[in-house]
Write a protein that binds this ligand. Structure first.
Ligand code: IPE
Ligand code: IPE
Ligand code: MG
Length: 227
C-alpha cells in the first residue's frame, strides 16, 4: 500500500496544555512549536510529501489582543529561527491564507522563507495562517467569476490556496474536539479523519506513526465498492 502523501493537522489544545500546568496559555503555544518541529521531522522520516498545519484561523482574531499578538510574534520568531533549519532539511515552506492582514515584517519574512526554500523537495510544509475554508472558497469563486472561467471541480480546486497540492489523505485534530473549525472543508472531502484526545504539545513522532499505521488499516472506498 502507498503511504499517505499529504497529512493535515488541526493543532489544537495548546491553551489547555498550559492551563493543566498552571502556566499562561502562551507557554502552550511555545510548546506547540516544538511539537510541530517533531512532526516535520517525522513526516520527512515517513516520506510524507505534504504537511499542512492550521496555525491561525480566520476566526482566531476573536481572541484577546494579547494572545493574537503573542501568536504573531511567535510566527515571526519561527520564521527567523526555524526556516534555516528547515531549508537544510530540504523542506519547502509555504504560507497559505489571507496574508494581507498580517504585518509587513511578517510578510517580508514569509516572502524570504518561501523564496529560500522554493526548490526543496523532501517535504512541503504548508503553514495555514489567517486561513479559513469559507473565505478561501468565496475568494476562489470570485476569481473564476472575474476571469469568466467555466465552473468545474478542477477550476475551483485550482483557485484555492492549495492549488496543485493533492488532497490530504489524513486529517488529524488533537485536543479532543470533533470538528473541523473551518479547515480544508473542500480538500478533506475524502480524507481519513483522526480525532485525538491528546493535546497538541504532547504530540510525538510515535503518535504520528500510530496514526499512519491506523490509516493503512482503513479501507478507502471513495464511494465505490471494496475490490
Ligand atoms: C490551538 O490551541 C492553537 C491556536 C488556535 C492558535 P488553542 O489555543 O486553541 O488551545 P485550546 O484549544 O484553548 O486548549
Ligand atoms: C482551530 O482551533 C484553529 C487552529 C488550531 C489554528 P480553535 O481552538 O480555534 O477551534 P475552536 O474554536 O475550538 O473551534
Ligand atoms: Mg482550541
Amino acid at each position: 500500500v502507498d503511504g499517505p502523501q499529504h497529512i493535515a493537522i488541526v493543532m489544537d489544545g495548546n491553551g489547555r496544555w498550559a492551563k493543566k500546568r498552571l502556566l499562561p496559555r502562551n507557554m502552550g503555544h511555545k510548546q506547540g512549536v516544538e511539537a510541530l518541529r517533531r512532526t516535520v521531522e517525522g513526516c520527512i522520516a515517513f516520506k510524507v510529501k505534504y504537511l499542512s498545519v492550521y496555525v491561525f484561523s480566520t476566526e482566531n482574531w476573536k481572541r484577546p489582543a494579547e494572545e493574537v499578538g503573542f501568536l504573531m510574534a511567535l510566527l515571526k520568531d519561527l520564521i527567523k529561527k526555524e526556516v534555516q533549519k528547515l531549508h537544510k532539511q530540504a523542506v519547502k515552506v509555504r504560507f497559505l491564507g489571507d496574508l494581507t492582514a498580517l504585518d509587513v515584517d511578517i510578510n517580508e519574512g514569509i516572502s524570504w522563507a518561501e523564496d529560500l526554500t522554493q526548490s526543496n523537495t523532501a517535504l512541503q510544509l504548508n503553514l495555514m495562517v489567517n486561513y479559513g475554508s469559507k473565505m478561501e472558497l468565496v475568494k476562489a469563486a470570485k476569481q473564476l467569476q472575474d476571469s469568466n472561467q467555466p465552473i468545474s471541480e478542477e477550476a475551483l480546486s485550482g483557485a484555492l490556496f492549495t492549488a496543485g497540492i493533492p488532497d490530504p489523505d489524513i486529517l488529524i485534530r488533537t485536543g479532543g474536539d470533533h470538528r473541523l473549525s473551518n479547515f480544508l472543508l473542500w480538500q478533506a472531502a475524502y480524507s481519513e479523519l483522526f480525532f485525538l484526545d491528546m493535546l497538541w504539545p504532547d504530540f510525538t513522532q510515535d503518535t504520528l506513526k500510530n496514526v499512519i499505521d491506523a490509516f493503512h488499516k482503513r479501507e478507502r472506498r471513495f464511494g465505490g465498492l471494496n475490490g
